[in-house]
Design a protein around this ligand. Structure first.
Ligand code: HPA
Length: 273
């Protein structure tokens, strides 16, 4: 499938018509913000299945809808349910959500996710503002013919996680009961969790947290120069740190346990963007 500018525009035009206006800020809600949608004032909800040329959610716990409304006085659009490589999508397909958000006219994007803590000074329930990422897997959502309307063929990744937004998030963390770090996110394709040896290698190579999402969205945002903030919820200590096996239940339980303060924190960030 060769994607064109018009391909993405068809999805965006449909959404703009349904929303009746353009959002300022986009959010991709990962684990820990499942109920964030309940905090959106005057919501207009569009299931992914009704958006032309869009993807379908298959992941457990991901609702699969786009919600437009107001949070902290700003017009936001939230993706409740994201798309992952492990679901069977290829990297090129995973460019779709962020390109559509870009065409809606947002001026900043906030990504949230669940991640395993590789850095042993982190604890489950802590938050990490992503400063940078490492993806050694040889794939990119920008592979294939370049779409010049979005950005250049070759693009810089030096300040992809926008320094100004990271600074804002760290400043606002001081008012929050959450413990907020800044660190490097290591992408793994999943769906298996990592082996203890992989986690030791990731730690040695500079990863602070590990997860199966976000980087395709990050790369797509970077290509089209969308200011970006990405926040990881440490839902568990990564493989081999503790004696017990990792489970999806533990990930969901920890994410749910910080839902209220994390929602307040993200609302405060939106108020200040
Ligand atoms: N590894 C990868 N992805 C994750 C983890 C993990 O430990 N926890 C939550 N998402």
């Amino acid at each position: 499938m060769a994607y064109t500018y018009e391909y993405y525009k068809k999805s965006a035009d449909h959404l703009l018509e349904r929303f009746g206006g353009a959002p300022e800020i986009g959010l991709v809600l990962g684990s820990g913000l499942g109920h964030f949608a309940g905090h959106i004032e005057d919501p207009i909800t569009v299931p992914y299945a009704e958006i032309p040329n869009f993807l379908r959610s298959t992941a457990i716990g991901h609702a699969g809808q786009m919600i437009f409304g107001t949070v902290s006085g700003k017009r936001v659009v939230c993706m409740s349910g994201r798309f992952h490589y492990y679901e069977g999508y290829d990297f090129e397909q995973l460019s779709i959500p962020v390109r559509v958000l870009k065409l809606l006219g947002i001026r900043a994007l906030i990504l949230t996710n669940a991640a395993g803590a590789v850095n042993k000074s982190y604890k489950p329930g802590d938050i990490m503002v992503i400063s940078d990422h490492i993806k050694l897997m040889g794939a990119s959502p920008m592979r294939g013919p370049n779409i010049d309307e979005f950005g250049p063929r070759f693009f810089d990744m030096g300040s992809t996680y926008t320094p100004k937004l990271r600074k804002l998030a760290l400043e606002l963390a001081e008012k929050s009961p959450l413990t907020v770090h800044e660190g490097v996110y290591w992408f793994t394709p999943g769906p298996q969790y990592e082996t203890p040896a992989e986690i030791r290698a990731i730690r040695a190579l500079g990863g602070d947290a590990v997860g199966m999402s976000t980087v395709t969205e990050t790369l797509t945002a970077s290509h089209c120069k969308l200011p970006l903030l990405a926040l990881s919820v440490m839902t568990n200590m990564a493989a081999g740190v503790l004696p017990q096996p990792l489970t999806a239940e533990e990930v969901i339980e920890t994410a749910n346990s910080i839902e209220a303060p994390f929602t307040d924190y993200v609302k405060d960030i939106i108020a200040h963007i």
